[in-house]
Design a protein around this ligand. Structure first.
Ligand SMILES: NC(=O)C1=CN([C@@H]2O[C@H](COP(=O)(O)OP(=O)(O)OC[C@H]3O[C@@H](n4cnc5c(N)ncnc54)[C@H](O)[C@@H]3O)[C@@H](O)[C@H]2O)C=CC1
Ligand SMILES: C[N+](C)(C)CC(=O)CC(=O)[O-]
Length: 490
């Protein structure tokens, strides 16, 4: 299978798809008749580069190449994934999908970004219907993992299996819907909320800003981590979901919604909403708003990552997938002991930067601590060993900040064992961006029993692995700065 994707329609969503594929190492071939498409995708890529790679704690593959083509036939050449993201009009979708199927590999997945059409509608008149499915993403496609994957009835075949595998390899979450329906699942939900919001503005109950505040200061944050049903289960108190439904069930027959009634979409309503939206957010350009949104999303998703929950658990699974089979997943026996060991390869995330516009000081320790964790794992002090009651505690740290680094930059840390025997482990980390040394970290650790919380001998296997590195590294030059205290004159 080639790691080449064709993007047909490179607007808001097609541009996001292009970024998701390219930043995961795929080559991307774009067709879009808009002469501005290349510039627009360039701007989306710039935003994606500063945000997506920092979501993982392991560097993504090298970026793929994005090329622009004059026809659909040329764009789909050699692609194993074709993503249609043309405007939401069935006639345009049909002519586009027809042209795609005339030229593409019959084994390729053809995903449609459609927000509302059913796969059976998209397949009308298609040469190979089973090849076409809904792959409905969420904006920004390069950060949000959800893709509603909807095949037509009875078409759950090899193309769908391949689609799931590819989406997962891109760090996405394919929600495989077994029944097609207009607007799938998420957009039915969003449409309901949107209709209520239109009524609230039209009836003069709330402004666009007040409605947004009702979401972002309350239930919106809650939804991001538990969704609807789990949230309401908790809201039922100790008696759980049944109690919740007993209490709020009667509201279903009270006038709590205007959902069945659609507000007339008059010019007056459009003007009212657009005017309030300008007043609320017009001080920022769309690109600025995108960057603010991306900063917030990255920060929230990295918070969920630390909790190993929801979208954060998915990110952790992706880290494991990237590490598998690479030197970042190797154990002591597979790593040469005569050179410093690679213990981190990652991108500086957006939420690691500060008011000075560069990686903030506490994150240097964060990165070095992760490198220490990785070295512990290499020598056998992994999650299973720690569960059994042994671990290392850091007793002393000295960090030198030598050069600055910015969000989106790939960094590597190598680790040299200065001393390692018995309970003691003395490590020297060097952090680099390319050839530039950004920082050094010197750390002294003691093996402890997690039962007594006192120093104790490590397992024989861990000590043997540590000693092997200590002896191998003894022949390396003494690192510049080893044993240094703060040297500024008083
Ligand atoms: N904007 C959103 O929030 C979301 C949109 N979608 C879906 O994604 C699809 C695209 O929507 P957007 O990207 O928002 O629209 P958009 O208007 O930003 O982009 C559409 C692009 O298609 C190009 N185009 C027009 N005719 C074409 C043709 N015949 N062949 C190739 N390209 C053509 C246009 O030049 C434009 O760049 C729609 O089906 C929409 O429902 C899905 C998820 C979210
Ligand atoms: C408004 N919308 C129907 C285009 C929304 C979507 O399809 C998904 C999203 O990103 O909100």
């Amino acid at each position: 299978m080639s790691r080449t994707a064709a993007i047909i329609g490179g607007g808001v969503i097609g541009g996001g798809w292009a970024a998701r594929f390219a930043l995961n190492g795929w080559n991307v071939r774009v067709f879009d008749p808009d002469p501005q498409a290349e510039r627009k995708i360039g701007e989306v890529m710039a935003n994606a580069r500063r945000s997506l790679p920092g979501l993982t704690d392991t560097a993504l593959p090298d970026e793929g190449k994005i090329t622009f083509h004059d026809s659909i036939a040329e764009a789909v050449e050699g692609a194993s994934w074709v993503q249609e993201s043309v405007p939401e009009r069935l006639d345009i979708k049909h002519s586009t999908l027809g042209a795609v199927q005339q030229a593409c590999d019959p084994e390729a997945v053809i995903g449609s970004s459609t927000s509302g059409f059913k796969p059976s509608q998209l397949q009308e008149g298609a040469a190979r219907p089973a090849q076409i499915m809904v792959a409905h993403p969420f904006n920004p496609v390069y950060l949000l993992p959800l893709v509603e994957l909807v095949p037509a009835e009875g078409q759950d075949g090899p193309h769908v299996a391949r689609a799931k595998e590819i989406l997962e390899s891109l760090g996405m979450y394919p929600l495989h819907l077994k029944k097609e329906i207009d607007a799938h699942v998420a957009d039915r939900f969003l449409e309901a909320v949107w209709r209520e919001a239109l009524w609230l503005v039209k009836d003069g109950i709330a402004t666009t800003e007040e409605i947004d505040n009702a979401i972002r200061y309350g239930f919106g944050i809650r939804w991001a981590q538990m969704g609807l049903f789990e949230t309401y289960r908790v809201a039922g108190g100790e008696a759980g979901m049944k109690h919740f439904m007993a209490q709020f069930g009667p509201c279903l027959s009270w006038p709590w919604t205007k959902l069945m009634d659609v507000p007339e979409f008059t010019d007056e309503l459009v003007e009212l909403i657009a005017g309030q939206s300008d007043e609320q957010s017009g001080a920022h350009s769309i690109r600025e708003l995108e960057r603010i949104r991306d900063n917030n999303l990255v920060t929230m998703m990295r918070g969920l990552k630390a909790q190993d929950w929801g979208a954060g658990a998915l990110l952790n699974a992706q880290d494991k997938l990237i590490r598998k089979g690479t030197e970042m997943g190797a154990r002591a026996g597979d790593i040469a002991a005569d050179a410093p060991v690679l213990t981190a390869r990652r991108t500086v995330p957006l939420d690691w930067t500060d008011y000075n516009g560069h990686m903030t000081e506490s994150r240097y320790l964060h990165a070095f601590a992760d490198a220490t964790d990785r070295f512990m794992e290499i020598i056998g002090c992994d999650a299973e060993y720690i569960q059994s009651g042994g671990s290392y505690f850091t007793a002393e740290t000295h960090i030198r900040h030598l050069d600055e680094v910015h969000a989106g930059t790939k960094i590597e840390i190598t680790t040299q064992v200065i001393a390692g025997a018995g309970k003691k482990m003395h490590l020297w980390h060097e952090m680099r961006a390319g050839e530039r040394v950004l920082a050094t970290g010197e750390h002294f650790l003691l093996h402890v029993s997690l039962d007594t919380r006192k120093p104790s001998a490590p397992s024989a296997e861990i000590e043997a692995a540590l000693v092997r590195f200590a002896e191998g590294h003894a022949g390396l030059p003494t690192p510049d700065g080893l044993g240094r205290a703060i040297g500024a004159p008083r």
